[in-house]
Design a protein around this ligand. Structure first.
Ligand code: FMN
Length: 247
């Protein structure tokens, strides 16, 4: 099984998202998957021009020449693609949306029925990769992912495929905390992420039981908010650098 992650944090390799992706991929690799992690922030991806040239003039080839020329084949050659990103204003970040918009050439221009009373564009390919979503938000709580979850289910329908796993982590900043009390809790969470990677390879799903464990808070909300705000004050004082306590 080939799994390709498209990591969409604007912070690239520095992000909390990457910590989640790394653990997920460890599990997937242990279960025998071939994996790739594409850091979108390191790629040259221009905005879709919106002129439909890829549909009307060039039969499925985008007329922009940038890294999407390599990324679209990587996407289509995968059995599973993972969309990994932080929540930005309750939604996916612009980099991820820019990448997704550029996937237009993998569909056909003509409208077809979707079998559920709606419509979508036809398939250019026989088979599309299955989708896993990995996301984290700065605020605590699963409600931060309402829009994202709805979007990816709808997007999967549009792409003639399905979402086979959603991993959402509120209180995302906790993943980087080095505090001795919090570290073991994060380690436990990382193990669950590895189990999720393994499960996607072995079962093509994340069981309800595992999902429930993954969605449990790592530290109680009131503590995360209290220490988060205190850390914020220290960082403002240190002009952006993390303070020595708690972080
Ligand atoms: C422009 C911007 C918008 C954000 N909007 C939200 C938001 O709506 N809800 C939230 O919980 N966190 C929000 N965050 C916080 C990030 O989701 C959080 O810091 C996350 O851990 C960053 O992940 P990363 O390190 O992988 O980039 C926002 C951050 C930025 C930079």
């Amino acid at each position: 099984m080939k799994i390709t992650v498209f990591s969409g944090s604007h912070k690239g390799r520095e992000g909390n998202t990457l910590l989640m992706v790394e653990e997920f991929l460890k599990g997937a690799e242990e279960a025998g998957a071939e994996t790739e992690n594409v850091i979108l922030a390191e790629k040259n991806i221009r905005y879709c021009k919106g002129d439909f040239d890829c549909w009307l003039k060039t039969s499925g080839k985008c007329t922009l020449h940038d890294d999407m020329e390599v990324l679209i084949p990587s996407f289509m050659e995968s059995d599973v693609v993972v969309f990994a990103f932080p929540v930005y204003f309750d939604n996916i970040p612009a980099l991820m949306k820019t990448f997704i918009d550029r996937l237009l050439p993998i569909l056909l221009p003509h409208f077809v029925e979707d079998g559920e009373g709606g419509y979508r564009h036809g398939k250019r390919f026989e088979k599309y990769p299955k989708i896993v979503v990995i996301s984290n938000s700065g605020l605590p709580g699963l409600s931060n992912f309402q829009v994202v979850s709805l979007f990816f289910r709808r997007f999967a329908r549009t792409l003639h495929t399905e979402v086979i796993g959603e991993i959402y982590r509120g209180e995302g900043e906790v993943l980087k905390v080095k505090n001795l009390l919090v570290k073991p809790l994060v380690s436990k969470y990382k193990k669950l992420l590895r189990n999720a990677g393994r499960s996607i390879v072995e079962n093509q799903e994340i069981s309800d039981e595992l999902r429930e464990k993954l969605e449990k808070t790592i530290v109680p909300d009131y503590l995360y908010i209290k220490f988060g705000n205190e850390e914020m004050d220290r960082m403002i004082e240190n002009k952006g650098k993390r303070g020595s306590e708690g972080a």
